[in-house]
Design a binder for this molecule. Structure first.
Ligand code: GLA
Length: 388
């Protein structure tokens, strides 16, 4: 548990003048491999991290959400019957978006006084948004006495992003935030939603996250641009091969190579990344099951090269962070993680070199970029639930 629950309950009491009735929580995540594959119906391998969003709440007798974001020191009063985005307080949009999707399903919504507090760095590729959505869903479920089962819960979170917020993201972040299990990564087939919990139990290595502390404002437009480029590759292959594939998952590398001259080079490279990363994710899952750190590290390095050269979602700071990491003894592999254009890297590092790795990586990153980075070492954490 990364946030002190008694402290959060106490802060709620100080703010509202009475104790909360319940506390819901949901973690952020780091994606080990399988980037931008989810909306192409491919494979991903994320794990939940010991950074989370927590919501302390007490039900009200009316239809009002009286919300306080402790990290921002900001308050908003919103009506459950008027679920519209608030350009001045975009954090409440995630709460209202979840309420909106629940209303469409005719689920009972309960007005509440609530306090949101979190330690997932915001806008750094560790899914602070998905953790807020899944903590909100858990809260409404508990207050309303209902449960959204299985993959329907993360799918609801994805609809919040796609319909309420206008970002064409896939299902990975909400899935891992809701379904993650302590000690495990989660291998997910984003087409069937079948998943396998894979123990993270290397005898001598751990995952270490490094935050470049750079976030690119362009993320949402560049993200949707990649989604469109994948759709273009699919359309060309359907036309050329007389097929009716709905996603890049329906095509092999041979299919793509056969259509290379029929599509723009950038579109070809986007599809090559996605098809290649699906294969790498399958292989990574095997390497992880077998505890093969060197093999997994190589797949992470190869995946990063593909994100950088073919998908073009890194930036100079991410490239510096991964290049420096790879040169440090004890580092098996390093790659950017999440949507890209800034944010974090994930590294597989020998446990007995972890301290020196962190110190050297941070020092050399600052010397190279002039920016202070941040190390986050986390074991795989538990998915969303009620806390205390
Ligand atoms: C963001 C999206 C996910 C996924 C990743 C990239 O985190 O929310 O659905 O597409 O980017 O892998």
């Amino acid at each position: 548990m990364s946030i002190d629950i008694s402290q959060a309950k106490n802060d709620f009491k100080v703010h509202f003048g009475f104790a909360p009735e319940l506390v819901s929580r949901a973690p952020g995540r780091v994606n080990i491999i399988g980037e931008h594959t989810d909306y192409n119906h491919g494979f991903v391998l994320p794990m939940a991290i010991e950074r989370e969003t927590l919501i302390a709440a007490r039900r009200r007798g009316d239809r009002t959400l009286n919300a306080f974001a402790a990290n921002l020191g900001a308050s908003v009063e919103a009506s459950l019957d008027n679920r519209v985005r608030d350009p001045r307080n975009s954090w409440i949009d995630y709460v209202l978006g979840v309420a909106d999707e629940l209303a469409k399903l005719d689920k009972p919504l309960t007005g509440a006084d609530l306090m949101i507090v979190g330690d997932v760095p915001i806008g750094c590729g560790l899914s602070s948004s998905a953790s807020l959505e899944m903590a909100t869903l858990t809260l409404f479920e508990a207050l309303g006495g209902f449960k959204i089962e299985g993959a329907e819960a993360p799918k609801l979170g994805q609809r919040v992003e796609n319909c309420f917020l206008g970002l064409n993201t896939g299902i990975m972040d909400q899935f891992i935030s809701r379904m993650g299990k302590r000690g495990h990564a989660l291998f997910l087939d984003c087409r069937s939603h079948a998943y396998e919990l894979v123990p993270v139990a290397f005898a001598t290595a751990k995952f270490a996250i490094a935050n470049t502390c750079v976030s690119r404002g362009l993320t949402s437009s560049k993200y949707n641009e990649r989604v469109n480029e994948c759709a273009e590759a699919r359309a060309v292959m359907n036309a050329q091969l007389e097929r009716d594939g709905t996603h890049l998952r329906d095509f092999s590398m041979d299919d793509l190579n056969a259509c290379r001259s029929a599509m723009p080079d950038n579109v070809f490279r986007r599809a090559r990344h996605v098809i290649g990363d699906n294969a790498r994710t399958l292989a990574a899952c095997g390497a992880m099951r077998a505890g093969q750190t060197a093999a997994l590290g190589k797949l992470m390095n190869d995946g990063d090269a593909s994100c950088r050269e073919d998908y073009e979602i890194t930036c100079p700071e991410l490239d510096a962070m991964t290049a420096i990491a790879r040169a440090i003894p004890g580092c098996h592999g390093a790659r950017m993680t999440g949507a890209g254009f800034g944010g974090c890297t994930v590294n597989l590092v020998e446990t007995n070199t972890l301290d020196q790795f962190g110190e050297r990586l941070m020092a050399e990153y600052t010397a190279h970029t002039g920016i202070e980075g941040e190390m986050i070492v986390s074991s795989p954490a538990e998915g969303a639930g009620l806390a205390g």
